[in-house]
Ligand binder design. Structure first.
Ligand SMILES: Cc1cc2nc3c(=O)[nH]c(=O)nc-3n(C[C@H](O)[C@H](O)[C@H](O)COP(=O)(O)OP(=O)(O)OC[C@H]3O[C@@H](n4cnc5c(N)ncnc54)[C@H](O)[C@@H]3O)c2cc1C
Length: 397
C-alpha cells in the first residue's frame, strides 16, 4: 500500500514533534520559509530554557486557556511525556525553581535542536528550507515559494505550525493570517502576551530606578494574585510577576481602556502585623525604612504616590504598602513579546485539530489562539498540540 504523504509547514517545535511521530508511518516533508528551522526555539534557549514545566494533571491544565480541544491535547501529551520524549532523544532534563524543566546544565539549546533534527533525518523526514507558504490555491491546497519557484503542495494531509507574531527575526511574522481569512477561517488579531507593561509612574522614578528589581512582593489584579519579583525598567514593569498578569491587564484595557495592578510590598505581613511594629499606630517617617525593612525604591514609590501629610501617617503608609495601585497604560509592542495570543480561533477546529471547513488541513502550536504563562508552558502547549494532532491523524490516515 502507498505510504500516505503528510506535509508540515513551519519548522518550529510544534511541527518538529509532529514530524517525529508521523514519520513512523508516513512520508513527511517540512517546508520552512527561513534558511534554518527552530529559530525561536533557539532564542527561547538563550535565557532559561524551560522545555516544559513539572506541573501535571489539573495543575498543568489550569495554566492554559480553558478550551476542551486544548485540554484534551494537554491531557494526552503532558509534561511527563514531553520529558520522556526528550530523554529518548538523549536530552535528560531536571526540575528547577518553580517547576521549570531544563535540559541538564551541559546541554546547549543547539544540541537539543540538533538531536531532534538527527532523529528526523534517521526517520527520513525531508526538511525543505527557503520554502515559504504564500497562500492557498483554488482547491484549498497551500502554495509554496521555494527560492524563485512556486508550486502547489500535493499531499494526503497538511499540518500548519507557523507560530505567533513576535520576534519576527525568528520567522514568526503572522504573515499567514490573511491566507486563512481568505479560506473563510475566523482569526483574531495578534496581541502581546508574556510581555512588559507601560505604567504611569513619575519620570524621576524611572530615571533613578530603571533596572532595579522589587523583590519579595505580590501583584494582584481582579482574581489574579501572585508573589514574586518585579523589575522596574525605563518604561514600566517587566518580569515573572508581570507576565502571568498580562491576560487580566489585557481584559481590563479592552473593557475600560485602562488597567490597574496592585503591588503588595509586604506580602508576608498583614496590615495588623505591620501596625503591631508601631506604637499604637504612630511611627516617625524616618523609621519606616528600618521598622518595615523597606528598600529605596519602595520608599520612593510611596513618597511619589502620597501627599506629604499622608506620608507622615503610618496607618495610611501601611495601607499603601499592602495595596499600591499602579495604572497600566498599555502592553509593550507585540514584536518583543515572549508569546502572542490571537491567530486562528479554536472554534474553527474539530477535536482532532483539523479545520472544520477544510478537514485536510490541521493547525497546531502558537498560531492558534491560546494563552499560557512562561515557565515551560508555552513549549508544552506546542508539543502537546503537535503530538495530539499527529496522533489523531495517524489513526485516521
Ligand atoms: C525570547 C523568548 C523566550 C522564550 N522562552 C521560552 C521558554 O523558556 N519556554 C517556553 O516554553 N517557551 C518559550 N518561548 C516561547 C516558545 O519559543 C514559542 O511558544 C514556540 O517556539 C512556538 O512554537 P511554534 O512551533 O508554534 O512556532 P515557532 O517556533 O514560532 O515556529 C514557526 C515556524 O514557522 C515558520 N514560518 C512562519 N511563517 C511561515 C510561512 N509563511 N511559510 C513557511 N514557514 C513559515 C517560521 O519561520 C518558524 O520557523 C520563548 C519565546 C521567546 C520569543
Amino acid at each position: 500500500m502507498r505510504k500516505k504523504k503528510v506535509v508540515l509547514i513551519g519548522g518550529g517545535p510544534a511541527c518538529l514533534i509532529a514530524a517525529d511521530l508521523l514519520a513512523d508511518h508516513c512520508d513527511v516533508i517540512i517546508y520552512e520559509k527561513g534558511k534554518t528551522i527552530g529559530r525561536k526555539f533557539l532564542v527561547a534557549g538563550k535565557g532559561g530554557f524551560n522545555l516544559t514545566n513539572f506541573a501535571s494533571g489539573d495543575l498543568l491544565l489550569n495554566h492554559f486557556t480553558d478550551h476542551p480541544i486544548l485540554q484534551s491535547a494537554l491531557q494526552s501529551f503532558d509534561s511527563v511525556k514531553t520529558r520522556a520524549w526528550l530523554h529518548e532523544l538523549g536530552i535528560p532534563t531536571f526540575v528547577g525553581s518553580s517547576g521549570r524543566v531544563f535540559p541538564l546544565p551541559d546541554i546547549k539549546p543547539a544540541t537539543v535542536l540538533s538531536s531532534i533534527k538527527s532523529r528526523l533525518k534517521e526517520k527520513g523526514v525531508h526538511i525543505a528550507v527557503n520554502s515559504a507558504f504564500i497562500g492557498f490555491n483554488t482547491s484549498h491546497f497551500p502554495m509554496i515559494k521555494q527560492n524563485t519557484e512556486t508550486f502547489d503542495v500535493e499531499a494526503d494531509h497538511i499540518i500548519f505550525g507557523l507560530g505567533g507574531a513576535s520576534w519576527s527575526k525568528t520567522g514568526s511574522t503572522g504573515d499567514w493570517l490573511s491566507y486563512f481569512e481568505a479560506l473563510g477561517i475566523k482569526t483574531l488579531p495578534f496581541e502581546a502576551s508574556n510581555c512588559g507593561i507601560h505604567v504611569d509612574l513619575p519620570a524621576h522614578i524611572f530615571a533613578q530606578f530603571a533596572g532595579t528589581p522589587i523583590k519579595n512582593c505580590a501583584l494582584s489584579i481582579d482574581e489574579h494574585y501572585a508573589k514574586g519579583e518585579v523589575l522596574l525598567t525605563n518604561y514600566g514593569l517587566e518580569g515573572n510577576l508581570i507576565y502571568p498578569s498580562v491576560p487580566f491587564i489585557r481584559k481590563q484595557l479592552a473593557s475600560r481602556k485602562e488597567a490597574t495592578v496592585y503591588l503588595d510590598f509586604k506580602p508576608n505581613n498583614t496590615r495588623a502585623s505591620l501596625l503591631e511594629k508601631t506604637k499604637n499606630g504612630t511611627l516617625e517617617s524616618k523609621h519606616y525604612k528600618s521598622t518595615f525593612r523597606l528598600d529605596a525604591v519602595t520608599i520612593n514609590l510611596l513618597k511619589s504616590a502620597m501627599r506629604k501629610e499622608d506620608y507622615l501617617n503610618v496607618i495610611l503608609v501601611v495601607e499603601k504598602l499592602k495595596a499600591f495601585p499602579i495604572k497600566v497604560q498599555s502592553l509593550r509592542p507585540i514584536e518583543e513579546a515572549i508569546s502572542t495570543v490571537g491567530g486562528i480561533s479554536l472554534e474553527e477546529l474539530n477535536p482532532d485539530f483539523t479545520l472544520k471547513k477544510h478537514p485536510h488541513l490541521s493547525v497546531i502550536g502558537e498560531m492558534l489562539n491560546w494563552d499560557a504563562p512562561t515557565g515551560g508552558f508555552l513549549l508544552q502547549g506546542c508539543f502537546s498540540t503537535g503530538y495530539f494532532a499527529s496522533k489523531q491523524l495517524m489513526n485516521e490516515l
